[in-house]
Write a protein that binds this ligand. Structure first.
Ligand code: ARG
Ligand code: ZN
Length: 850
C-alpha cells in the first residue's frame, strides 16, 4: 500500500549517497535482457550506512560492493545495501523482459526495435539505481545485440568503439561526457533508414545530425531534419545557446507514450512528430513536428545542462522550454496565430484542469504518480508564467536573466526559485509577489469596471482566486495589458498595467470621448476576465483592435455571448435569435482582404462546446448544444455568399494559411446549405495534399453529409497501411454525431489498423471520443461513461500512463448536472474497486471521488 502514499515537496532531502560514474552493459535478448550496472558511489552524508536504490519489475541476479558479494535486501520496490564506506564500486546485475513491457516505460520493444523511455521514473525498470534527477553521473554504455536484426546500436553521447561479437552479434560503446540524471539515459537498437546531415555551430564546430526512421520512410524525415537545423540556428540567434556534442540523433518510434523525449544527444520521438510528406501530413502536422523538434532541442540547455532538483520542479524545465518553443514558432511563423493556439490550450484545457480534482500549482506540492504531472498546468501554464516574467522584464533583461541562470547553474540540478532569483538579480525587478504564481493553484479572476467623467477614464480591477486546498488568499502580480480605442477605431493608448493589489484603479487622462477598451490583450496573464461586454463593443474591437490576437479574442467573446444569450432564451422559453451586429461583424472579417487568411480561419473556427463549457460554472448541456448550433447555423446562413466566394479565391493558393481559410469556408458553406456538398467531393477528389483531403473528409464526416460513407471508405482503403493517417480516420469516426457512435467505436477496436498496445491508436479512437465528442460521451443514459470505464479497465493493465491520460474527461465533471455527475461517480467507483488499480489511475480516481 505504501506506494499509494503521496510524496511531498516539503520533505525533500538531499540523497545520502551520490553516483559519479555509471557504466552500463546491455546484452539485448528476447525474452531476457541482461543488464550489468557498475556505479562509482560516493557518500554525501556522514551518518549513512545503507544505500537505498529504486527498482521496479526487475529480476535481481547479483549485488557486489568492491567486487565482493554484498549483503542486501529487496523490499517495496527498493534495494537496501549495507555500505559503511565513503567511496565504493557497486555492481548490480539484473534481468529484464523488454518484449513484455506494454507500459512503455524503461526498456521496451517498438515494432521490433529496442528503445527506452526513462522520464520520469523509468530508469528503475532497467536497473536498481538512485533514480532521482539530482544524482548526476557520467555514463558509459556498451550495447550488444544480434547484428542482422539490430544493425544500429545507439546511446547517449559519442560513439567510442564498435565491432563484431560472437554468435552473429555485434556491439557499440558510447560515452556521454556530460554528467546527467538517469531520466536522460537512452538506448536504441534496431534497423532503420537513416537521414544524415550536418550543422556548423556559430563557433565553428561541426555537428553530425541523424534522423532514424522505420524502413521505407526516409522520404518522410526531411521536414524533421530541416526543423532541427532551424532550431539549432534559432537558439544561437535568440538565446545565444550553442549545441555541445559532436552528434545529435533523433529516432522515431511507433510506440510512445508522449510526444518525444530529450535524452542527451539521442532524442526518442513518437513518429507523429517526425514523419511527414505532403500526401500524408497536414499543415498542422508540419507545424507540430517543427515545434516538438524545437522543444526537445531547446531542452539541451533548459533541462539537460541545467536540470531539476526534484520532480516537483518539473516546470523549471518544461514551462521554460514550452515558452522557448512557442517563441521559436512565433519567430519563424505567424506570431498571432501561435499565440491564439497557446491561449486556446490554456482556456480550453488548463482552466478545466484547474476546475477539476487534479488542480495543482505549476510547482505541485504533493504527488503519488509523477507521470500524472506532465500536465497542461506544469507545461502550458508554466510557459505563461515565464511569459509574464518576459513581459515584466522585457526581452533584454530576460535574456540577461537567462545568461545569469546558466552562469550560476550549468551542470546543476536546481529549483524554480533559483530560476526566478536569476531573473530578479539580472534585472533588478522585484519578483517576490510574482512567485505566488508557482505556489497558488487555480485560475484567478479579474473583474473589471469602468468609469468615464470629464475626460478621465478609470478602470477598476478586482482580483479573486478560487478556493483550492493549500492556497493562501494573497493577491498576485498580474501584468494586465490594455488598449484604449476611440469611436473611429483609432488607438489612443496601449500599455501593460502592473496589477498587484486586491483592487486597483488605473486612470487615463485627457480623453475627449469614452473609449472602447480592449482588455487582457495578448492574454497577458492566465486569468479569467469578468466584464459585461456589449455586442457593439465587441464588434468594434473585432474591426479595430491594433492587435490581431485582440481581434480574434473579441470574436470569441462575441460568439460566446451570442450562445449564452440564446441559452438564456431557451431556458426562459423564448425563441432564439441572432442580431445583425454579430452577423455583420463576422461578415466583415470574412470579407477583409488585409487580414491574414490564417487569422480569418481562426476567427471562423468558433468556440467548441467544450470551450464554451469552460466559460461557465454549471451547464445545461442540452441547451448549450442547441444554442451553439443555432448561432453557428445563423452565422453560416448570413455569410453563405461570402464564404463561397472566399472559398473560390483561396482554393488554388498553395500556402498553408489559404488552405486553412479554404477549409473553414467549406465547412461554413455546407453548414449553410448542403448543396455545397459538391464542393466537398471536388476538393476531396482533386486534393494533392493531406490538408485538402482531410479538410474535405472532415466536413463530410462532421456534418454527416450524404457522401460521408463513400469518402470515409475511400480514405480507409487508401491509407489502411499508414498508421498515422489512420489515426485521423479513427478520430473522425470517434467524434461523429451519431446515435450509434459507441457501437461503431467498439467495432473499430477490431479493425486491423487498431491495437490497444499502441498509444497513438488508443488516443485517436478512444481518447478523442471522450474528449472530443461531448454530445455522445455525456449522453444522459451514461453509456459513454460506461464504455470509457470498460476501456480504462483494460488499459489499466496494458498501459497505465495512457489510461490516466484518457480518463481526463471523466474526472472533470463539476460543471454538469447532478444526474450526470451521479452516473460518472458510479463509473469511478467501479474503477477504484479494481483489485490491481495502477498508481496512475488511483491518484486521479481517488481525487475525483473525494
Ligand atoms: N520531457 C518530455 C518532453 O517534454 C516529456 C516526457 C514525458 N514523460 C512522462 N513520463 N510523462 O518533451
Ligand atoms: Zn519538455
Amino acid at each position: 500500500m505504501s506506494e499509494l502514499q503521496a510524496k511531498y515537496l516539503k520533505d525533500y532531502q538531499q540523497s545520502d549517497f551520490t553516483i559519479n560514474h555509471l557504466s552500463l552493459d546491455f546484452q539485448l535478448n528476447i525474452p531476457t535482457t541482461k543488464v550489468v550496472a557498475i556505479s562509482q558511489v560516493e557518500r554525501q552524508s556522514k551518518q549513512a550506512t545503507e544505500l537505498v536504490l529504486d527498482g521496479e519489475d526487475l529480476d535481481l541476479v547479483s549485488v557486489k560492493v568492491n567486487s565482493q558479494p554484498a549483503s542486501h535486501q529487496v523490499k517495496d520496490k527498493q534495494l537496501y545495501i549495507q555500505a559503511d564506506l565513503d567511496n565504493f564500486e557497486l555492481e548490480i546485475i539484473t534481468h529484464i523482459k523488454p518484449a513484455e513491457n506494454t507500459a512503455l516505460e524503461g526498456l521496451y520493444m517498438s515494432d521490433g526495435a529496442y528503445c527506452t523511455q526513462c522520464e520520469a521514473e523509468g530508469f528503475r525498470r532497467i536497473t536498481y539505481y538512485l533514480d532521482r534527477p539530482d544524482v548526476l553521473a557520467k555514463f558509459d554504455v556498451r550495447v550488444e545485440a544480434d547484428k542482422t536484426e539490430f544493425p544500429f546500436l545507439l546511446s547517449n553521447g559519442n560513439l567510442i568503439s564498435s565491432g563484431d561479437a560472437v554468435n552473429g552479434r555485434h556491439f557499440a560503446t558510447w560515452q556521454d561526457p556530460f554528467p546527467k540524471p538517469s531520466y536522460l539515459f537512452a538506448l536504441v537498437a534496431g534497423d532503420f533508414d537513416l537521414l544524415e546531415d550536418q550543422f556548423t555551430t556559430r563557433s565553428g564546430r561541426d555537428v553530425k545530425l541523424q534522423v532514424f526512421v522505420d524502413k521505407g520512410n526516409l522520404h518522410k524525415a526531411h521536414h524533421a531534419m530541416a526543423s532541427l537545423k532551424k532550431s539549432m540556428k534559432w537558439d544561437e540567434d535568440r538565446f545565444d545557446l550553442e549545441y555541445d556534442l559532436d552528434i545529435y540523433m533523433i529516432v522515431a518510434v511507433d510506440f510512445f507514450n508522449m510526444g518525444a523525449m530529450e535524452n542527451k544527444g539521442l532524442n526518442v520521438f513518437n513518429t507523429k512528430y517526425v514523419l511527414a510528406d505532403k500526401e500524408s501530413a497536414t499543415d498542422d502536422d508540419y507545424h507540430g513536428i517543427e515545434s516538438v523538434i524545437g522543444h526537445e532541442y531547446f531542452h539541451n540547455w533548459t533541462g539537460n545542462r541545467v536540470t531539476c532538483r526534484d520532480w516537483f520542479q518539473l516546470s523549471l524545465k518544461e514551462g521554460l522550454t514550452v515558452f522557448r518553443d512557442q517563441e521559436f514558432s512565433s519567430d519563424v511563423g505567424s506570431r498571432p496565430v501561435n499565440r491564439i493556439q497557446a491561449i486556446q490550450v490554456i482556456r480550453n484545457h488548463q482552466f478545466a484542469e484547474d476546475a477539476g480534482p487534479m488542480a495543482h500549482p505549476i510547482r505541485p506540492e504533493s504527488v503519488i504518480e509523477m507521470n500524472n504531472f506532465y500536465t497542461v498546468t506544469v507545461y502550458n501554464k508554466g510557459a505563461e508564467v515565464i511569459r509574464m516574467m518576459h513581459t515584466l522584464l522585457g526581452e533584454k533583461n530576460f535574456q540577461a536573466g537567462m545568461k545569469l541562470y546558466f552562469e550560476r547553474h550549468d551542470g546543476q540540478a536546481v529549483t524554480c526559485d533559483d530560476f526566478v532569483s536569476a531573473m530578479e538579480d539580472a534585472s533588478g525587478v522585484d519578483l517576490q509577489q510574482f512567485r505566488l504564481w508557482y505556489s497558488q493553484a487555480g485560475t484567478p479572476s479579474v473583474a473589471v469596471s469602468e468609469n468615464f467623467e470629464d475626460g478621465q477614464y478609470q478602470l477598476t480591477l478586482t482580483q479573486s482566486r478560487p478556493t483550492v486546498a493549500g492556497n493562501n488568499d494573497l493577491p498576485m502580480h498580474i501584468p494586465f495589458d490594455v488598449e484604449l480605442i476611440d469611436l473611429d477605431g483609432k488607438s489612443i493608448t496601449s500599455k501593460v498595467l502592473n496589477f498587484t493589489e486586491r483592487q486597483q484603479t488605473f486612470t487615463f487622462d485627457g480623453l475627449t470621448q469614452k473609449p472602447v477598451v480592449s482588455l487582457l490583450q495578448d492574454f497577458s496573464a492566465p486569468v479569467k476576465l469578468e466584464y459585461q461586454y456589449e455586442d457593439e463593443h465587441l464588434a468594434h474591437l473585432m474591426r479595430y483592435a491594433s492587435s490581431e490576437v485582440a481581434r480574434w479574442e473579441a470574436s470569441v467573446s462575441l460568439f460566446s455571448k451570442s450562445v449564452w444569450d440564446n441559452v438564456k432564451a431557451l431556458v426562459a422559453g423564448k425563441s432564439m435569435q441572432l442580431s445583425d451586429i454579430v452577423k455583420d461583424a463576422f461578415k466583415g472579417v470574412i470579407l477583409d482582404e488585409k487580414l491574414d487568411e490564417e487569422l480569418i480561419a481562426e476567427i471562423m473556427s468558433v468556440p467548441s462546446i467544450s470551450a464554451l463549457v469552460e466559460q461557465t460554472e454549471s451547464v445545461d448541456l442540452d441547451s448549450l448544444i442547441t444554442a451553439r448550433s443555432f448561432v453557428k447555423d445563423e452565422l453560416a446562413l448570413a455569410c453563405e455568399d461570402e464564404v463561397v466566394a472566399r472559398y473560390h479565391t483561396s482554393k488554388d493558393k498553395d500556402i498553408a494559411s489559404a488552405r486553412a481559410l479554404k477549409n473553414e469556408c467549406l465547412s461554413w458553406a455546407c453548414v449553410a446549405n448542403e448543396e455545397h456538398e459538391a464542393l466537398v467531393n471536388a476538393q476531396y477528389e482533386s486534393a494533392t495534399n493531406m490538408t485538402d483531403s482531410l479538410g474535405a473528409l472532415k466536413v463530410a464526416s462532421d456534418l454527416n453529409l450524404s457522401n460521408r460513407e463513400s469518402l470515409m471508405t475511400h480514405f480507409e482503403n487508401r491509407w489502411v497501411d499508414t498508421p498515422l493517417v489512420m489515426d485521423k480516420w479513427f478520430t473522425l469516426q470517434a467524434i461523429q454525431d451519431s446515435e450509434q457512435v459507441i457501437d461503431k467505436i467498439k467495432a473499430l477496436t477490431s479493425h486491423k489498423a487498431f491495437s490497444f498496445n499502441n498509444p497513438n491508436r488508443v488516443r485517436s479512437l478512444i481518447g478523442s471520443f471522450a474528449a472530443g465528442n461531448i454530445k455522445h460521451f455525456h449522453k444522459s443514459d451514461g453509456s459513454g461513461y460506461q464504455y470509457l470505464t470498460d476501456i480504462l479497465k483494460k488499459m489499466n493493465i496494458i498501459n497505465p500512463q495512457v489510461a490516466a491520460r484518457i480518463i481526463t474527461p471523466l474526472i472533470q465533471f463539476s460543471k454538469f448536472d447532478l444526474a450526470r455527475q451521479q452516473k460518472i461517480k458510479e463509473s469511478l467507483q467501479e474503477l477504484i474497486e479494481l483489485p490491481d488499480l495502477s498508481k496512475d489511475l488511483y491518484e486521479k480516481v481517488s481525487r475525483a471521488l473525494s
